[in-house]
Structure formats: structure tokens, C-alpha cells
Write a protein that binds this ligand. Structure first.
Ligand SMILES: *Cc1c(COP(=O)(O)O)cnc(C)c1O
Length: 381
């Protein structure tokens, strides 16, 4: 599909044609494991559904278009996508990682992959000098998230990519938090974009999935080989759910961003709140970078409560609309205490998460209802 279409349009149409046999406008769920071949060694494009499936093909093409990429591949989860990318590494390779990456990513690197001879350095990527000093002759990959979870720090994708490329290292951006609607890392110089489609892309808290998008055809062929060789693929029903979710990505993201900005401004003046972390606020240390690098500021807010961990634990018990749950990016609002929940697996690391930090995934409900829910939960905290 033409790259000239805007992302709102691509989200609905890219990769999807009416079904040639029936005219069905929505890509069917090809719930099949195998495909009948007209003759030995001949097939109609599909042989076996671990290797390829038409519903998955449609989703992969759609996701590639959203990131302005030549290629897309999908996986059974965001971490399965991470695992496949990391299999490009060989023992002795060194990877520079942002110091507050997703807890599950850190767990995979530190508890699984470290034992296969890979070396990891966790660096504050807001500090370009520290980043340059961390690069070694055997550095093959830079792994970053921006904005980060849950501290909402930004990394300068263009600047980091330039420095990494000068040292022959590739850059992977986990773009889950921003979503393809808010940020397109390949256009800023990154080599590989990764998503947990579980979050904003799926958007309805009803599916777990992951994706990788990239332009380099040689690396794509290696990843495609690994996708089939390892087999961590999503089923056709899950691919269909993500395709369906993506159709409303643009309108959902607009509302997520509008609600989040309103709440962030209101929370900034709340007496129970010590600090609001949100890139859309002018006092965020990287507000200018956010304006340059992102189309809008996203639906995630972190707040640090004056009452510390006890206040955080109390607040999340009191909300009604904001459901106490891990995950993010769905239409419904969620609230959690990362220190005790999503980031408990990073407790032994340098990843600093304030015990009094509450993370909000702001949904697309009416802003008045969301604000009233938080006001009630923060009363006298
Ligand atoms: C959720 C998440 C992942 C992992 O994705 P799963 O689909 O849960 O495996 C990776 N990165 C980020 C930033 C996430 O939020």
C-alpha cells in the first residue's frame, strides 16, 4: 500500500484486501495448520502455519506499514519477539541496554541470556557521554525504550543511533509505550523496531502478541528463518484480534493522549502528589525532545506520592474505574505500583523505581469520570 497514506488510513487498510473468494472485507481467520498442495513440491504460497499463515501475513504487512518499514514479523508475545531478535547475537557479543527497560526484558537478559555468553551493560541513555563510554569493540546491539517504563525518561533515538552506527552497533527500539502512532524509530535512524502488540496496538486487553519491523532485508531473512525455526508464532485468531484492534489506533491514541495530558496537569497541582512524570508537561526534563521525536505525549503517567509506598498501596485499592492490574495500553484505565508489581523482577538490579510511584495507563473513558475516580482515591492521602 502506498506510503503516501497517513498512518490513520494505513492502520485500517494496509495489508488487507477483500477476500478474493467471497469479497469479505475483513481478513478471515485462517484457522488451519496445513494447506493442500496441487502436486508434490508445489503450493499456493502456504505450506504449514508455523511457517506462514494468511491472517498472520496480513498483520505483518499492516504493522510494517505503520512503522514505514519494508518488513514485519509477528510473534506469540513481546518477549518472544525480543527472544528472536536476541538470537542474532553470538557468545562474546556485548549489548548496551537502557537502565530502566521493561522488567521482563531485563529478566530475560539477566536471568536467561547472560548464561549463554552474552554481556550486558545497563546505562542511563539520557546521558550521551555515559553511552559512548559504554560502547566496546564487541558491542553489537543497543537496546532502548523511550519513553521508559515506569520512569518515563526519553532517549534521543537519532543521536544514539548515530553514535551506535559509528561503532558498527545496531539499534533496537522497543516502541511499545509510544506505539507506532506516536513515534517511528526507523525514520529517526534505528535499525529494528519491536512491539508488544498486547498493549496499544491490540488496544483492548484481549490478546498477547509481539512484533518486529525493519528495513534491512538481510536481517529480515535471518529473523524470518528464526521465526520458523524457533516456532514462537501467534495463532490466526490472535493475529486477527490485533488487526482488528489496530483499525482504531489513531482515534484511541488521540483520546489516550488528551486524557493523559489533562490528568497530568491536574495531578501536578494535587497536594498528595510530590511529582508527576509525563513528557507532555513543560517541566519534564526532556519535554523538548518529546516534542521533536513524538507526535504526541502518550497515555502513560507516573506519579510519586508524598506518602511513599503506603500511600501508593492505599491509592490503588481505592480507585474504581482505574483497575488494579499489570499491563497497559487498553481502552480501560489501569493503575499499579511498579515497585511491588511489574518491576518486582528488577529488584536486584540498578533499575531505580521509587516505592511511592504509581503508574497510570490512562484509558479512553470520559475525562470527568477518570478525574473524579483519582480525586476520590487521593483524598487525605
Ligand atoms: C509488555 C511489554 C513487553 C513484553 O510484551 P509481552 O507481550 O507481555 O510479552 C516488552 N516491552 C514493553 C515496553 C512492554 O510494555
Amino acid at each position: 500500500m502506498s506510503q503516501e497514506y497517513k498512518i490513520d488510513t494505513l492502520a485500517i487498510h494496509a495489508g488487507q484486501e477483500p477476500d478474493p473468494s467471497t469479497g469479505a472485507i475483513m481478513t478471515p481467520i485462517y484457522q488451519t495448520s496445513t494447506y493442500v498442495q496441487p502436486d508434490v513440491g508445489q503450493h499456493l504460497g502456504y505450506e504449514y502455519s508455523r511457517t506462514d499463515n494468511p491472517t498472520r501475513t496480513a498483520l505483518q504487512a499492516n504493522l510494517a506499514a505503520l512503522e514505514g518499514a519494508k518488513h514485519g514479523l509477528v510473534f506469540a508475545s513481546g518477549l518472544a519477539a525480543t527472544d528472536i531478535v536476541m538470537r542474532l547475537m553470538r557468545p562474546g557479543d556485548h549489548i548496551v541496554v537502557g537502565d530502566d527497560v521493561y522488567g521482563g526484558t531485563y529478566r530475560m537478559f539477566d536471568k536467561v541470556l547472560k548464561h549463554y555468553g552474552l554481556e550486558f551493560s545497563y546505562i542511563d541513555l539520557t546521558d550521551l557521554d555515559a553511552f559512548q563510554q559504554a560502547l566496546r569493540p564487541n558491542t553489537k546491539l543497543v537496546w532502548l525504550e523511550t519513553p521508559t517504563n515506569p520512569n518515563l525518561k526519553l532517549a534521543d533515538i537519532a543521536a544514539l543511533s548515530e553514535l551506535a552506527h559509528a561503532r558498527q552497533a545496531q539499534v533496537v527500539v522497543d516502541n511499545t509505550f509510544a506505539s507506532s502512532y506516536l513515534q517511528n524509530p526507523l525514520a529517526l535512524g534505528a535499525d529494528i523496531v519491536l512491539h508488544s502488540t498486547t498493549k496499544y496496538l491490540g488496544g483492548h486487553s484481549d490478546v498477547v502478541g509481539g512484533a518486529v519491523m525493519l528495513n534491512n532485508t538481510e536481517i529480515y531473512e535471518q529473523l524470518k528463518f528464526l521465526q520458523n525455526a524457533i516456532g514462537s508464532v501467534p495463532g490466526p485468531q490472535d493475529c486477527w484480534l490485533v488487526l482488528r484492534g489496530i483499525k482504531t489506533l489513531a482515534v484511541r491514541m488521540e483520546r489516550h493522549c488528551r486524557n493523559a495530558l489533562t490528568l497530568a496537569q491536574w495531578l501536578s497541582d494535587h497536594p498528595a502528589v510530590a511529582q508527576v512524570l509525563y513528557p507532555g508537561l513543560p517541566d519534564h526534563p526532556q519535554h523538548e525532545l518529546a516534542k521533536r521525536q513524538m507526535r504526541d505525549f502518550g497515555g502513560m503517567i507516573s506519579i510519586i506520592l508524598k506518602g511513599g509506598e503506603p500511600a501508593a498501596r492505599e491509592m490503588v485499592k481505592r480507585t474504581h474505574l482505574f483497575a488494579l492490574a499489570e499491563s497497559l495500553g487498553g481502552v480501560e484505565s489501569l493503575i499499579e505500583v511498579p515497585y511491588a508489581m511489574t518491576h518486582a523482577s528488577t529488584a536486584d538490579s540498578d533499575i531505580a523505581v521509587d516505592p511511592g510511584l504509581v503508574r497510570l495507563s490512562v484509558g479512553i473513558e470520559h475525562i470527568d469520570d477518570l478525574q473524579a475516580d483519582l480525586a476520590e482515591a487521593l483524598k487525605e492521602l
